[in-house]
Design a protein around this ligand. Sequence first.
Ligand code: MRU
Length: 345
Amino acid sequence: MRPADTIHWDDTTGSLLLIDQTRLPLSYRVIRCKSVERLITAIQRLEIRGAPALGIAGAYGVVLATMTVKEKEFHRYFRQVEALARTVADARPTAVNLSWAVTRVLTELRSADSIKEVRRVAVREAGKIADEDAEACHAIGDYGAALLPDTGTVLTHCNAGALACREWGTALGVIRSAVRDGKQISVIACETRPLLQGARLTAWELRRDDIPVTVIPDSAAAFLMRQGEIDCVIVGADRITADAVFNKIGTYMHAVCANAHGIPFYVAAPHSTFDHEHTQDQITIEERDRDEVAYYGRYATIPEGVPVRNPAFDATPLSLVSALITETGVIRPAAGTVAGKRRVI
Ligand code: MRU
């Protein structure tokens, strides 16, 4: 497996290979998932994470379900596969790509009329989702690169890079494409408390690609904006409803600050992240474990008995978003226009 392959299906062993993102940057380890249960653990522990990568994981979760169920009678087999696959879709609630991909593969399976065919179709459809994700990220990169200055500093939050997708990335894909086009871009990566996806993963990826990156505490962002050190903000998304962008906790704070300082705030995401059915008040924001906030490694940082809130995501109203960068074009939510190909939302 090349280092850039965040998630990779190994057909010879019937297993899903994932970079263990909980160990970066200290060590680079690959996890082999051969069962739905192991994949769910990987998703919930954030060994695999980031909305597009979760979509690919969900798709291969259906493949694992088709291989795990031992029932011989076709209709009972199909129902058991569906039920097992749904447990993967429910492993994390906020990133819509996960349930979207599970549903897409299950829908495709309805054309199959034998157990062998179900397994074959599942592998094929999951592979298509992974390939489409890579293509989408490169297209997002191309559209987004045009929005970045020829020389400048971009602030990003969490990790919306190659590690969050099959490759290239969404927000970091835009930065990669701009650098490839000769732009002089340096990146400010917010560390992203409490699990440090910015400090650990974004910094690791960009360093590996020789793109200049500096890590700041999340709370330093407003100060740097006020100092004139940030030219634009670009983040990924876990779900884009009719009225808001859901992304890693802290994103809303950056959007408010960017708007207060007249700095463009961009969101880069593929269409698989759009949820046209819901509005923000209908979405479940994952609340994670107290210990993620209450411990620094092995050391407690909060007195015992003091309650903690640990929401993993927040919602940024579309009115604060300067542009949504998708694989089919750039959407200006305020103006309601798309400067690109095909679809207008
Ligand atoms: O909890 P995580 O690490 O899965 O959260 C990830 C994010 O919030 C990313 O910004 C988002 O999924 C976009 S990834 C292209």
